[in-house]
Design a protein around this ligand. Structure first.
Ligand SMILES: [Zn+2]
Ligand SMILES: [Zn+2]
Ligand SMILES: [Zn+2]
Length: 139
């Protein structure tokens, strides 16, 4: 099941199948939360750091994963919705929830980042909705 999904995702995002790509993608599918490079290294053990770094950048470029900005120092990535693609880019305008108990970060896709009006002369390039508190697993 996961195997099929992985193959499909790689193909849909114009990516060649490599061992590392498959492993990393499987992990994202399985965990269903945002992962930092360190989390992936810990889970996969034998993975080469540079290869992993490149894999994450490639996935980001191709619209497979996005940065889950959660207000912490850690750079975490999460799986994208199917709308993201290599041509038009990312459409991940949703909230990210950081749990203070388990310190995990989750995408809350149903909560859209609100559009805001800024004073004249200001230009928004990105905006992030960060929510902090206790997640469903910890409450
Ligand atoms: Zn995306
Ligand atoms: Zn939690
Ligand atoms: Zn997200």
């Amino acid at each position: 099941m996961t195997q099929k999904k992985v193959e499909h995702l790689l193909k849909a995002h114009q990516l060649r199948r490599t061992e590392t790509r498959v492993e990393v993608l499987e992990l994202f599918l399985e965990k269903d939360m945002a992962l930092a490079q360190k989390d992936i290294e810990d889970e996969l053990g034998t993975i080469d750091r540079i290869t992993l770094y490149r894999t994450l950048r490639t996935f980001e470029d191709k619209g497979l994963i996005h940065r889950a900005i959660d207000g912490s120092e850690k750079l975490r990535f999460a799986l994208c919705s199917h709308e993201c693609n290599p041509v038009e880019g990312h459409f991940d305008e949703h909230a990210h929830f950081h749990c203070k108990v388990c310190e995990k970060t989750y995408c809350l896709e149903q909560i859209h980042t609100p559009s805001v009006r800024v004073p004249k002369g200001y230009q928004i390039e990105s905006s992030h909705l960060v929510l902090k508190g206790i997640c469903e697993h910890c409450s």
